[in-house]
Design a protein around this ligand. Structure first.
Ligand code: NIG
Ligand code: FE
Length: 416
């Protein structure tokens, strides 16, 4: 199967070697070709260039893209897309003045979602999650990470990871398969039963959940919510270390409400990414500067909870590799729309559209260790693309906040 796009108004995020993690001033560059062609073969980018150098390609399908912009698709490196039920009651409670933390301490929050999920069958969960996947793919997400963490029991954590594995194999309801990375987040909260037996729950994670996940090969990464009232830095390190015995690298929730020294610890433990980062102290910046570990900001979470945003420009200026993701979940971020994340990054975090788009594509692909396959228009990478019409530049995407201006999404060279 071979497809040719001609007369593209602008082909954006074109990188000959699209595998470098972007830092500092590199984040300000968004290389593109005006009046371009793009040739796809068997789902991969085969060739591209200026129409001036265009020579006929043996393509089965040819699309005239006059007036259209083409970019790589978004990569969402942090979601909790498999969940049961919504939490509007807590949303209203927050409007009346309760904080996210107060609700959690009262047994709401994550525990609420875990109770609902325990009652659902694997098939029900799968069907619901699949509809969410359909929705985010239509909004431009062309690769995604999905965490467990609303199970908090051996049976339910495995149930979620099996659902994620099924989504990975079967894709959307229209059978478009996007790359999915699976993260085990058993250490998301202490279940009611273990409230006074933290050690018991940690042992359950390490000695019961992890071996089964390893045996069934149900996860790619391990995550811990390291936070006051949740898991301590030492507990996080123990859990990360236990995960590494099963080949799971770490992607962790840190510095959402408090700076506990988790960033330095996670970087030293070789974490692929540290996510949230709303609360940053100077030692946290120092730990991340020039590190391989990626700093993933989740602005929709800050928006929804009305809290601080991660200081991303300061991070970029200190040579920290920054990516952006949605954090799609029922408690703190009931939206997986990366166009909205793009808008918030520009409006609330004052990222330029160039910086934000780099964070949503190239660096986000790194946050899923898929930089060889995704994130840029590079020969040999997968043809997971977004097509925009009637826009002048990429800045129109965040500018049109709350809207999806994408005209078409392409997965492995096929229109969805
Ligand atoms: O990433 N912070 C921890 N976990 C989720 C929210 C969990 C919930 O409230 O359901 C997050 O924001
Ligand atoms: Fe999260």
């Amino acid at each position: 199967m071979s497809t040719l796009f001609t007369n593209i108004k602008e082909l954006i995020q074109v990188r000959e070697h699209g595998k470098d993690l972007l830092r500092g001033k590199q984040m300000d560059e968004l290389p593109s070709i005006k009046n371009a062609f793009l040739w796809i073969e068997d789902g991969l980018i085969k060739d591209y260039g200026s129409m001036d150098e265009f020579h006929p390609h043996p393509a089965e399908e040819v699309y005239d893209c006059t007036g259209k912009i083409i970019t790589p698709g978004y990569v969402d490196s942090h979601t909790h897309l498999v969940f049961a039920g919504t939490r509007e009651k807590e949303f209203e409670d927050r409007i009346h003045g309760l904080t996210y933390e107060e609700i959690a301490v009262r047994g709401g929050g994550i525990l609420n979602s875990a109770a609902a999920l325990g009652k659902m069958t694997e098939d029900e969960l799968f069907e619901q999650a699949r509809l969410r996947l359909d929705e985010v793919v239509a909004q431009g997400t062309t690769a995604i990470e999905i965490k467990s963490g609303y199970g908090l029991s051996v049976e339910s954590e495995l149930k979620i990871l099996r659902v994620v594995s099924r989504l990975r194999e079967s894709g959307t309801t229209t059978h478009h398969i996007i790359p999915i990375k699976r993260t085990f987040l058993g250490a998301h909260a202490f279940p009611e039963k273990y409230k006074n037996d933290r050690e018991g729950y940690i042992k359950l994670i390490i000695h019961e959940m992890l071996p089964k996940i390893g045996e069934e090969k149900l996860a790619d990464y391990i995550d811990v919510f390291c936070e006051t009232n949740y898991f301590t830095v030492d507990e996080m390190l123990r859990i990360i270390e236990a995960g590494s015995a099963y080949g799971l690298k770490a992607k962790v929730h840190v510095n959402q409400f408090t700076s506990l020294g988790a960033i330095d610890a996670a970087v030293k433990a070789g974490a692929v990414s540290v996510d949230h980062l709303e609360v940053m102290e100077s030692t946290d910046f120092m730990a991340l500067s020039k590190a391989k570990t990626i700093a993933t900001a989740l602005p929709s979470c800050s928006f929804f909870l009305g809290l601080d945003y991660a200081p991303v420009n300061e991070m970029i200026d200190r040579d920290i590799a920054v990516s952006l993701a949605s954090d799609y979940n029922p408690g703190s971020t009931p939206s997986g729309n990366l166009n909205f994340v793009f808008s918030l990054a520009c409006i609330k975090m004052k990222m330029t559209p160039q910086r934000a788009f780099n964070a949503l594509t190239v660096n986000a692909a790194h946050a899923l260790e898929m930089q060889d396959e995704l994130g840029s228009i590079t020969k040999g990478k997968r043809a997971n693309l977004l097509i925009f019409k009637n826009i002048e530049s990429i800045a129109a995407v965040p500018y049109n906040f709350g809207q999806v201006v994408i005209d078409q999404v392409v997965i492995d060279g096929v229109f969805i």
